[in-house]
Write a protein that binds this ligand. Structure first.
Ligand SMILES: Cc1cc2nc3c(=O)[nH]c(=O)nc-3n(C[C@H](O)[C@H](O)[C@H](O)COP(=O)(O)OP(=O)(O)OC[C@H]3O[C@@H](n4cnc5c(N)ncnc54)[C@H](O)[C@@H]3O)c2cc1C
Length: 405
């Protein structure tokens, strides 16, 4: 009889993992995937495009029920796993049901953080993580309504853009003096601010949201300098936290995320973790590509290839705001030991910065024209020597490769 492998969480990592595993070991496991959202997994990355009305809901589906059935995987939706009994090899669902496993994969993703400030739990304060959040925003986004979005990272900017596109008067409040400061340098950040303002969003930088004000529901955001930003609703997009409590309660090693080794095993050799809930070599990733890389390695492992190892991921960021092309990857902050190439065409709104270390590309920031982003990402990942095409590197592969030839 095949072993029972249970996956907790039916999100992007879980779906890719089941895909990879069932290709490699189609009948080795009896696979059960348990998700607490009311529907099968969907492409969470596309929620921003859905909010901005650039796609419809059918476009976010990852795999339909037929696909799961054809793979022999049983799916349970709308069911939360509430505890794991490691000694007995069983887990319990919120409805009291118990299921036995021989291997367990935790793919529980992250939860959005609400600032620990007064009023953040008032009705009308929303987050941006799942389809229910998009539906809640849609219910409030009438033209002329006012929204305050707290957080000028990727999610906050995408939320602000989607709302503004629907005619909502949006104020984007960001603590730092630059948007997306973790992904962009100051110049690209300034260009981004201008582009987002041109989309109708009022951007307030260096602004510390001290409280959400309102009696029965949110009415404004109070900044610590005394300013009040009136809002009919507030979107809090200040970051995410790995959903690791289930693992912690079961006694697994948890720091920020569930600690895993290069084989994606937790501190219990029969329990694995991947995606945003996992912490590998001190890193917790908040993007889908690392989750997909981990899914592949874990599938190899559980299909019997014990040499497969996950060594970490190089991150790349793409902003999904129509007409605003932004890409960043690797180590893009220059210092004395780096060689920094910069190209700016102010008229065309194009800015590129490439950081080289010892003749190899270490990082890239692109604004305005991000078409060559994946080429730069490949160069960063491969660690290839690019010194022979240095002079034309910023002009993209067509010119740089011709120079190198
Ligand atoms: C609006 C938005 C835009 C994004 N844009 C990008 C982008 O442009 N590029 C990019 O790389 N990434 C982007 N991301 C991040 C990307 O979506 C995540 O990195 C990816 O979804 C992580 O996959 P995961 O499977 O680890 O987590 P998730 O997709 O969140 O899946 C985890 C699932 O597990 C469920 N779950 C948790 N606990 C339990 C439990 N106890 N029992 C049952 N089920 C449980 C959760 O409800 C969820 O359905 C975006 C995210 C959002 C919200």
């Amino acid at each position: 009889m095949s072993e029972t492998l249970i996956v907790v969480g039916n999100g992007m990592a879980a779906t890719r993992f089941v895909d990879e595993l069932t290709q490699r070991a189609p009948s080795r496991y009896s696979v059960v995937v348990i998700g607490d959202e009311p529907r099968l997994s969907y492409n969470r990355v596309l929620l921003s495009s859905l909010l901005a009305d650039e796609i419809d809901e059918s476009a976010i589906e990852l795999k339909g029920q037929d696909w799961w059935s054809a793979r022999g995987a049983t799916t349970l939706t709308g069911q939360a796993v509430t505890s794991i009994d490691r000694e007995g090899g069983r887990l319990t669902l919120a409805n009291g049901a118990r299921l036995s496993y021989s291997k367990l994969v935790l793919a529980t993703g992250s939860a959005p953080i609400r600032l620990p400030k007064p009023g953040m739990n008032l009705p009308g304060v929303l987050t941006f993580r799942d389809l229910a959040d998009v539906e809640a925003m849609r219910a409030m986004m009438a033209p002329g309504a006012r929204a305050a979005v707290i957080g000028g990272g990727l999610l906050g900017i995408e939320a602000a853009y989607g709302l503004a596109k629907a005619g909502v008067k949006v104020t984007l409040i960001h603590l730092m003096d630059q948007l997306m400061e973790r992904q962009l340098d100051a110049r690209a950040g300034a260009l981004l601010k201008r582009a987002i303002e041109a989309k109708g969003v009022d951007v307030v930088l260096g602004a510390d949201a001290a409280a959400v004000v309102g009696e029965e529901r949110a009415r404004a955001v109070a900044l610590s300098d005394g300013r009040l930003i009136d809002a009919d609703f507030v979107v809090c997009a200040v970051g995410i936290r790995p959903r690791a409590q289930l693992a912690k309660d079961a006694g697994l090693a948890v720091n920020r995320g569930i600690v895993v080794d290069d084989g994606l095993a937790s501190s219990d050799p029969d329990i694995f973790a991947l995606g945003e809930c996992a912490e590998h070599r001190g890193n917790v990733y908040g993007l889908v590509e690392p989750a997909y890389e981990q899914a592949k390695i874990l599938a190899h492992r559980l299909a019997g290839d014990l040499a497969a190892s996950y060594l970490g991921s190089t991150l790349a960021t793409n902003l999904k705001v129509s007409g605003v092309n932004v890409f960043s990857a690797g180590q893009f902050i220059e210092n004395e030991s780096n060689d920094c190439l910069m190209l700016e065409d102010e008229g065309a709104g194009i800015y590129k910065k490439l950081v080289l270390r010892e003749g190899r590309l270490a990082g890239a920031v692109l604004f305005g024209d991000a078409a060559d982003g994946l080429w730069y990402l490949d160069l960063i990942r491969s660690g290839a020597d690019v010194s022979h095409m240095r002079d034309l590197l910023a002009f993209g592969p067509a010119l740089a490769l011709a120079q190198a030839a």
